[in-house]
Design a protein around this ligand. Structure first.
Ligand code: HEM
Ligand code: FES
Length: 355
């Protein structure tokens, strides 16, 4: 892990991030409540809180889902990725407030246990298909919200690096991909709930626009990655693969190439070219989109560090990414597709230009 960036301790960037997040949430809640009071002055406090927290959570969910593809498409969005998990925890707290208010308001006055009532309090004679017609108006929509809330809880509870280390990166990542399932459940919750009594087309249109924007961003990011993977690199007689002109690599930066199905990052550092894996040991972030700071490759997502010459994190950290042999001939870099054993020290290759 990083020596110069601190992923766990508080730092200025983290504080600024949280301050902006808190201000944004307060502003969103206040705006929603203000506009609702103007449109329907008779709204009760419970209804306002229930709706303001849920709509703010829904907007935040769109932001959380948009940040990943946006950062892949344009590096200027990378700072938003840093501490994205704080957005997730905030989203869970907003959704929890909404769920608690909904349970208290709609399920606390009956004989049934309110938490059981969420799953049972619907018309017992309800059938999805009645008299040959599909009837969605009375479909129990709250269980969809409850399932989404459970997923948000698991993600928020395991968001700390402690869980990442203990569960393993692949399992942790798979767990956190549950956010897409939660998004689907929330769409069902709103579509079968609030939208059933809604006459205005504005709300379904907004929900669809949000979905279309997210789908478009994900498709564009996937296309960009596919183009990179499809750009085949020719292998020379010695098995080294042509990685393009050295000139296109800026000092302290990398270009990412795809070799035999793996992404490699070619770095230029003090007159030499080095090659490492593009996959960060932390959460699989794209290290090749980062920079070399104080002699260490710095992952753009949360700042984990690796030395370009051996792929090792500086002490006391122990993470290592693969390195690959590189050579430079006639202004072009060539890289060996097979990775060196972990921790192997490579001299890199001189660029032939000034350091
Ligand atoms: C135990 C969990 C949950 C319960 C019991 C619950 C219950 C409800 C209820 C009773 C409504 C009111 C529907 C209406 O006004 O017609 C509602 C609306 C809504 N819920 Fe949930 N919900 C839960 C979880 C969630 C979660 C996790 C989200 C995620 C963002 C969410 C988002 C929404 C939204 C956006 C609305 C529409 C708000 C509006 O009417 O303006 N809910 N929910
Ligand atoms: S530092 Fe978190 S993915 Fe690289």
């Amino acid at each position: 892990m990083s020596a110069s960036y601190r992923a766990i301790d508080w730092n200025r960037q983290k504080r600024l991030y949280d301050l902006t997040l808190t201000s944004g949430i307060v502003l969103a809640l206040a705006t929603f409540i203000g506009v609702s009071l103007m449109v329907s002055p008779g709204s009760t406090a419970e209804t306002l809180i229930l709706r303001a927290t849920s709509v703010t959570a829904l907007v935040l969910l769109h932001v959380v889902l948009a940040i990943g593809p946006l950062a892949r498409l344009d590096a200027r969005f990378l700072p938003l990725l840093y501490n994205r998990r704080h957005l997730g925890v905030t989203l869970f707290l907003l959704a929890l407030a909404h769920g608690v208010f909904a349970v208290v308001q709609f399920h606390a006055l009956g004989d049934e246990n309110p938490l059981v009532s969420v799953f049972t309090a619907y018309r017992r004679d309800y059938r999805v298909v009645a008299d040959g017609q599909v009837v969605l108006a009375h479909l129990p929509f709250e269980p969809f919200g409850a399932a989404a809330l459970a997923i948000f809880f698991v993600m928020a509870a395991t968001s700390h690096d402690f869980w990442l280390r203990n569960l393993g990166a692949s399992f942790w990542k798979a767990l956190h991909l549950g956010v897409y399932a939660a998004y689907g459940l929330v769409l069902a919750h709103v579509a079968f709930g609030a939208l059933q009594s809604e006459r205005s087309l504005v709300y379904p249109a907004l929900l669809f626009t949000g979905f279309a924007v997210l789908a478009g961003l994900h498709l564009a990011a996937a296309r960009k990655a596919a183009c990179l993977d499809a750009a085949g690199n020719e292998a020379g007689p010695d098995g080294f693969v042509d990685a393009g002109p050295v000139d296109r690599i800026a000092e302290g930066r990398a270009v990412v190439i795809s070799v035999a199905g793996a992404r490699l990052a070619l770095w230029r550092h003090q007159g030499r070219v080095f090659a490492t894996s593009d996959v960060c040991r932390h959460q699989g972030g794209p290290v090749g989109e980062g920079r070399i700071i104080d002699g260490c490759i710095t992952c753009p997502w949360h700042g984990w560090n690796y030395r370009p010459e051996d792929g090792c994190s500086p002490p006391p950290f122990k993470e290592v990414i693969e390195t690959h042999d590189v050579r430079v001939a006639e202004g072009r870099a060539w890289v060996r597709p097979a990775a060196n054993p972990l921790g192997t020290r490579c001299a890199g290759a001189g660029t032939g230009g000034p350091p």
